[in-house]
Design a binder for this molecule. Structure first.
Ligand code: AMP
Length: 280
């Protein structure tokens, strides 16, 4: 597995790969890799000839009170995991490599980023779309792989790619969970044993909503009326628990087409997100 730090070198490698006629799959990450990330690498390897992974803790997507400084950084361990998973190249830029000293450009996707995580994380999605467009322009992959774990992020990136005619196919990959239901996240490392136990209420409340829909319930208020109490009392605060249209993320009252239930909650100081499909 080759390592690159400078964008120009990463770009040159990708250009030579494309000139050989090979198809590049790209997996952007912030590192502290787990099976969720590695599932994206496997999906890329299954669909493409060469897989490029980036590890970049993107300062632009963190708010001033968020965990940029403490975000886990495990570069050597991550590289061993990627090598074992069969990634062909890893891109490890610094913040200066990506943003230089006079960054004047931002990419904004408007409506779909307004609610949910966008409501309480000002500038977050702008940071995500700006860095993802930069990374896509460096790697120029034919395909890029994102987890459904960050559901609003995935839909936002799809929107950006559509709106800007970007020549890349975006593939969403299913959430990887612990056997007890907890969605894998680099932030799970922050949780104490008792926090982790309480965090299970998040996936439990989502599974309960799925069960209600399976049993025939279609009314969003009724479903949430049973799911919210499962979360309350376990997590320390609920940022949101909402049911939205699966594609547009518009608010809905009844589930008549594919929908998704999305949650964000704090357990101690750790903000966790999760979601599950609700199919009528
Ligand atoms: P992150 O390093 O948190 O920015 O995540 C990098 C990519 O991995 C994103 O596309 C995430 O959606 C994806 N990802 C994170 N956790 C999981 C998970 N548990 N299952 C599947 N994909 C995930």
């Amino acid at each position: 597995m080759q390592r690159f730090r400078a964008p120009a070198e990463m770009k040159a490698y990708c250009l030579s790969v494309r000139n050989e006629g090979s198809k590049i799959g790209f997996v952007p990450t912030m590192g502290a890799l787990h099976e969720g990330h590695l599932s994206l690498v496997r999906a890329s390897k299954a669909a493409c000839d060469k897989t490029v992974v980036s590890i970049f803790v993107n300062p632009l997507q963190f708010g001033p009170d968020e965990d940029l400084e403490s975000y886990p950084r495990r570069t050597e361990r991550d590289c061993s995991l990627l090598e074992a998973a069969g990634a062909h190249a890893v891109f490890l830029p610094t913040s200066a490599d990506i943003y230089g000293t006079n960054q004047q450009t931002r990419v904004v996707v408007h409506e779909i980023t307004r609610d949910l995580c966008g409501a309480n994380r000002a500038g977050h999605f702008e940071g995500v779309t700006t860095v993802v467009l930069k990374l896509l322009n460096i790697v120029q992959p034919q395909a890029a792989f994102f987890g459904e774990k960050d559901y609003q992020q995935l839909r936002t990136i799809e929107r950006m790619v559509h709106d800007l005619f970007l020549p890349v196919r975006i593939t969403g990959c299913p959430i990887i969970r612990e056997p007890d239901g907890l969605a894998l996240s680099s932030r799970n490392q922050y949780l104490s044993a008792s926090d982790r136990q309480r965090a299970l209420a998040i996936s439990r409340s989502l599974y309960d909503a799925q069960e209600q829909v399976r049993a025939g319930e279609r009314n969003v208020s009724k479903i949430l009326g049973r799911s919210i109490p499962i979360l309350q009392g376990q997590v320390d605060s609920i940022d949101y628990l909402e049911i939205r249209d699966a594609k547009t993320l518009d608010a809905i009252r009844e589930i008549t087409t594919p929908a998704v239930i999305l949650a964000a909650a704090f357990v101690s100081n750790t903000r966790l997100i999760d979601n599950m499909p609700l199919n009528p």
